[in-house]
Ligand binder design. Structure first.
Ligand code: PRP
Length: 174
């Protein structure tokens, strides 16, 4: 097993999630937004986030093809599990754990926008500094992160580490 180096503690994450939730509470007051979480990685973040937002909201999920079992890059993206809610005319918040290249986000944006939501914003716990520098727009961002394979707090490597309360980088991985 490669060694883990902690980059964010559960306390740092908790504090930031609270801040994001406070902003969402203000922005979505009275709108009953639909929070669409991208499985699997976002499940922990979503669970913590929605319990802090404090306005009536709906939760839904989407799952797309991913990196698979390793740490190598993926090819074409396909929808494995689609949202069940009718999001036409609704205010949608797409929730993801990490924006890496931004490819999944771009795909999900187009996919969800094709359903005609009233609005679509993105809330991501983590995003690569490189993706941000390239102009990827994230409306609610927890933390920018440097290169390195990130695990814990829902994020995995070959389905390991999702259950860890803190966030780590796998030493020796890309
Ligand atoms: C991660 C993450 C994003 C995507 C980001 O999911 O949750 O959905 O990768 O990568 P990109 O910006 O380069 O497109 P992953 O494929 O690891 O699946 P998982 O959520 O099931 O772990």
């Amino acid at each position: 097993m490669p060694p883990l180096r902690r980059i964010l503690s559960r306390y740092q994450v908790r504090r930031r999630v609270k801040e994001l939730a406070a902003q969402l509470r203000v922005d979505y007051a009275g709108q009953r937004p639909v929070f669409v979480a991208c499985l699997k990685g976002a499940f922990v973040f979503l669970a913590d986030l929605v319990r802090q937002v404090g306005v009536p909201l709906q939760v839904d999920f989407i799952m797309v093809s991913s990196y698979g079992m390793g740490t190598t890059s993926k090819g074409q993206i396909t929808v494995l599990l689609d949202v069940t809610a009718d999001i036409a005319g609704r205010h949608v918040v797409l929730v993801d754990d990490i924006i890496d290249s931004g490819g999944t986000l771009q795909f999900l944006r187009e996919h969800l926008l094709s359903r005609g939501p009233a609005s679509l914003r993105v809330c991501a716990l983590l995003a690569r500094e490189s993706a941000l520098a390239e102009g990827t727009v994230i409306d609610y961002l927890g933390f920018p992160v440097p290169p390195g394979f990130v695990v814990g707090y829902g994020l995995d490597c070959a389905e390991e580490y999702r259950q860890l309360p803190d966030i780590y980088v796998l030493e020796g991985e890309r």
